[in-house]
Design a protein around this ligand. Structure first.
Ligand code: UDP
Length: 483
């Protein structure tokens, strides 16, 4: 049989944000390893973050490539080089960024018409892609970077609106219809969900929801054994979804792990050399994802808690760039804690660090990727949600899986619109509970068991491997019946 005519061709259109781009590039690479032709569409600056990995895959025989189109910074009213949501520094810039996604429609449509792929996997923020794909008769799957539990919880909230039936922002409500009793408060919801007053954001969210509802189905970075009741719940809602994760496990060697999301290896050897001197499960890794920026006051509280906690740590610090570094760091902090703590200023090779046997706990903002990467590494976590859907995500490790200790974050806030800092006593208390005592041991063994299930899921015959296989099979059948 002619491989060229039989081969599936899939377009991937990731949202330009690390938390979306990193897993979707992993997924595209895995599709190509399983015989499909994969084309990733993005802008030049974003492409530079993963072009080396794609080149390596091509040399190993994968049929994968990148097509770029310029980011219309000027038309969007954004500064040059602002091609990724992580580069936006205010809600206003964020909105301009999201609005500018419509400017991609024309070049993207041209790519689709030229190549006529068999399937399009796109972030729901490109809501116009549904219509474009439908016009050309191409099935569109959506990938929004999150898991089954948050998808179900958000869906229930939007349908039943329990948060609009309570008196105050701090009063708790139950999310109706879920397999577990999950309570939240209105202050933990994103602004656009809180009161449902009409705004540009509610309009954007409506378009995103429409794009989700009218898609052929979803690709989810999760695995069945992590959230079986929610995989089933989603099926019962009549929504097609394929779980193909944890996708971080598609990065097998240290080069892939170290470069993931950044394009170049950054402090890989410094981290590994340092971790190699430590006992197994003795180090806490602290990182709040790719978007969060803390105030100096909050950084100081974390530093003081770490100093007082007596624990060894690696801390990836991102700070408000308007603040000078030394304004928050306690006097002689790095010098005093040399050997006990390693501070990484900027991007950390997260998966490489988490996978090291010396890591025994993770302080995380509960971004879905980080959460899953922590689960995959088999480590318990201190949960510190900040924004996006992170307050939903937090419930999975703390209340359902029982591998998480909440730091006590109560209110949603975006970037530097920060609320009152979490104080050092609360941070220290959570860290100690994570690392010391019987409860810590029990959480650690539950986390280790989940870590093993995660690894089995992507192995041959595992739940995610099978799910990816059945998606490919379905797409191949569609292709052959339309030929
Ligand atoms: N990440 C990383 N190094 C960093 C910060 C983030 O490798 O210093 C990666 C992390 O491994 C994850 C992604 O960036 O894959 C962040 O996604 P997540 O959903 O956790 O959070 P977001 O950045 O979207 O808030």
């Amino acid at each position: 049989m002619d491989r060229r005519t039989d081969q599936l061709h899939i377009f991937f259109l990731p949202m330009m944000a690390p938390g979306h781009m990193i897993p979707l590039v992993d997924i595209a690479r895995q599709f190509a390893r399983r015989g499909a032709k994969a084309t990733i569409i993005t802008t030049p600056l974003n492409a530079s973050k993963f072009s080396k990995a794609i080149q390596r895959d091509r040399e190993l025989g994968s049929d994968i490539s990148i097509r770029t189109t310029e980011f219309p910074c000027k038309e969007a009213g954004l500064p040059d080089g602002c091609e990724n949501i992580a580069s936006t520094t205010s809600t206003e810039m964020y909105l301009k960024f999201i609005m500018s996604l419509s400017l991609f429609q024309q070049p993207f449509e041209q790519f689709l018409e030229e190549d006529h792929p068999d399937c399009l996997v796109a972030a729901p923020q490109f809501s116009w892609a549904v219509d474009v794909a439908a016009k050309l008769g191409i099935p569109r799957l959506f990938f929004n970077g999150t898991g089954f539990f948050p998808l179900c919880a958000i869906h229930s909230l939007m349908e039943h609106k329990p948060h609009l039936k309570i008196e105050s922002d701090t009063e708790e409500f139950i999310i109706p219809g879920l397999p577990d009793t999950i309570k939240m408060s209105r202050q933990q919801l994103p602004d656009h969900l809180k009161y449902e007053t009409e705004s540009i954001i509610t309009e954007i969210v409506r378009n995103i929801m429409r794009a989700e509802m009218t898609s052929y189905g979803a690709i989810v970075n999760s695995f069945y054994e992590l959230e079986p009741n929610y995989v089933t719940h989603r099926e019962l809602e009549g929504r097609k979804a394929w779980h193909v994760g944890p996708v971080s496990l598609y990065n097998k060697d240290n080069e892939d792990k170290a470069q993931r999301g950044h394009g170049i290896s950054y402090c890989e050897h410094q981290c590994l050399d340092w971790l190699n001197t430590k006992e197994p499960k003795s180090v806490i890794y602290i990182c709040f994802g790719s978007m969060s920026v803390f105030s100096s006051a909050q950084l100081l509280e974390i530093a003081m808690a770490l100093e007082a906690s007596d624990q060894q740590f690696i801390w990836a610090v991102t700070q408000d760039t308007t603040n000078e570094e030394q304004t928050w760091m306690p006097e002689r902090f790095e010098e005093k804690l040399k050997g006990r703590g390693l501070i990484i200023k900027g991007w950390a090779p997260q998966v490489l660090i988490l996978d090291h046997e010396a890591i025994g706990g993770f302080v995380t903002h509960c971004g879905w990727n980080s959460l899953l990467e922590g689960v995959t590494a088999g480590v318990p976590m201190v949960t510190w949600p900040l924004s996006a859907e992170q307050f939903f995500n937090e419930k999975l490790p703390t209340e359902i899986l029982k591998i998480g200790v909440p730091v006590g974050a109560q209110a949603w806030s975006y970037k530097t619109d920060s609320t009152v800092p979490i104080n050092r006593e609360n941070i220290q208390r959570a860290i100690t509970k994570l690392m010391v005592g019987q409860e810590a041991d029990e959480m650690r063994s539950r986390a280790a068991a989940l870590g093993n299930l995660a690894k089995m899921a992507v192995e041959k015959g595992g739940s995610s491997d099978n799910s990816l296989g059945s998606l490919l099979e379905e797409l191949r059948k569609r292709k052959s019946s339309s030929n």
